[in-house]
Design a protein around this ligand. Structure first.
Ligand code: FES
Length: 389
């Protein structure tokens, strides 16, 4: 279970900041340090995610390696910058990579290969961060390890000490065999859908298309669903101003996005047993997009799926106060841009990298063209940028 919130614990004159699943801005981390009395004894931060991109995407191998490495490095760089700004006594990378016990998704365990995967384990994260920020003290923990905040001494748990990330594959095989019966029991609770699957699919997307015209206009594309198994099919959802049109796919239509999943998993969403985000994070689907551009509005619609939440996003995006502005320099030119990222408000004065005529926000890795303000790697709100002389 993930909670998108950080925890600050201050007790006996010691301060611990656990960033958990939250992407703290540098200002938030510094404020936490201030609240802890100006000193953080331990700061734990997530250096690896478990998102369906890129793992569930249908990329050719070289492309997958490239996209994965870019994602890995961007996450590590964001951690490096946050720790450099916060300077805790001990920084502790944690999390990732995801791993799978169920045979249906166990082929995805290739991500445990630390040469190519987008998500690295704490040992690899710690080594990278030590190398890139050598004056900072870094360490990582396994279950049962303990740290004495007064002395800084770490006591290793004897059972965990026998675990090695290098043997994760064999460990997982044993674990999967142990849990096989329990997993089979859970899977048995998800029967195949009946012949009304398409009708319910159509009703579902017709409903989603009626929730927010702002989202329909920004999604503006055809999403193809390839539903495998009994009563499945290939179905298109065309998001356009006015709503979403659902039809059986035609070979003449080229979709921009393709989502492949089994009917039994789609059924869980249609019956409300699971949200789209749960299905995505279950990795029981594969995705393809052409062009390869993240559509923040499509994911937002599936994720929120209710009119008040979508309305709140619209109000946020259309009513943003961009009066606080900063100037950034790049390749001999200077640009006036809003201080806060138009996506989710990261402070671009500290949480961004400027290079090659672009500004890369480190919070979710969106890149904006400084000359035009256009978001280059996602269909998302643009930056209001203006060149200054
Ligand atoms: S806040 Fe998400 S990309 Fe900037």
């Amino acid at each position: 279970m993930c909670h998108d919130a950080a925890f600050l614990i201050v007790a006996d004159g010691r301060g611990i900041l656990h960033c958990n699943d939250a992407r703290l801005t540098a200002a938030q981390a510094r404020r936490a340090k201030h609240l802890a009395g100006g000193r953080l004894d331990l700061m734990a931060l997530q250096t690896s995610g478990a998102s369906w991109h890129p793992i569930c995407y249908e990329y050719p191998p070289e492309e997958m390696a490239k996209v994965s490495m870019a994602k890995r490095i961007s996450k590590l760089r964001a951690a490096q910058r946050l720790v450099r700004q916060t300077e805790p006594e001990l920084a502790v990378p944690f999390a990732g990579p995801p791993c799978f016990l169920d045979a249906e998704v166990s082929h995805l365990n290739w991500v445990l290969d630390q040469r190519d995967g987008a998500f690295c384990d704490p040992e690899v994260s710690t080594a990278w961060l030590r190398e890139h920020l050598p004056k900072q003290r870094w360490d990582y923990f396994l279950p049962g390890d303990a740290v004495d905040l007064d002395t800084g001494d770490i006591t290793r748990d004897p059972v965990s000490a026998e675990f090695s990330f290098a043997d994760a594959g064999a460990y997982l095989d044993r674990y999967a065999a142990d849990r096989a019966e329990a997993i089979a029991g859970v899977l048995a609770g998800y029967p195949e859908p009946g012949p009304d699957l398409f009708d319910r699919f159509k009703a579902h997307f017709t409903h989603l298309g009626g929730l927010s015209d702002y989202f329909n206009r920004h999604i503006a594309m055809i999403v193809r669903f390839e539903i495998t198994g009994p009563n499945g099919g290939v179905w298109d959802v065309d998001f356009a101003p006015g709503g979403a049109t659902v039809s059986t796919a035609s070979p003449d239509v080229r979709p921009h996005y393709r989502i492949t999943t089994a009917g039994r998993w789609l059924d869980t969403v249609l019956t409300g047993r699971m949200a789209w985000e749960d299905l995505l994070i279950s990795f029981r689907l594969s995705l393809y997009r052409d062009p390869d551009v993240y559509n923040d509005y499509l994911v937002g619609l599936l994720k929120h799926a209710n009119a008040p939440a979508l309305q709140a996003v619209e109000e946020y995006e259309t009513g943003r106060d961009e009066s606080e502005r900063i100037t950034v320099a790049c390749d001999g030119a200077r640009y006036d841009i809003p201080r806060y990222c138009p996506h989710a408000g990261e402070d671009l004065s500290v949480g961004a990298v400027v290079r090659d005529g672009q500004i890369h926000c480190l919070a979710h890795n969106f890149a904006f063209d400084l000359a035009t303000g256009e978001c280059l790697n996602a269909r998302a709100a643009n930056l209001t940028s203006r060149r200054v002389s």
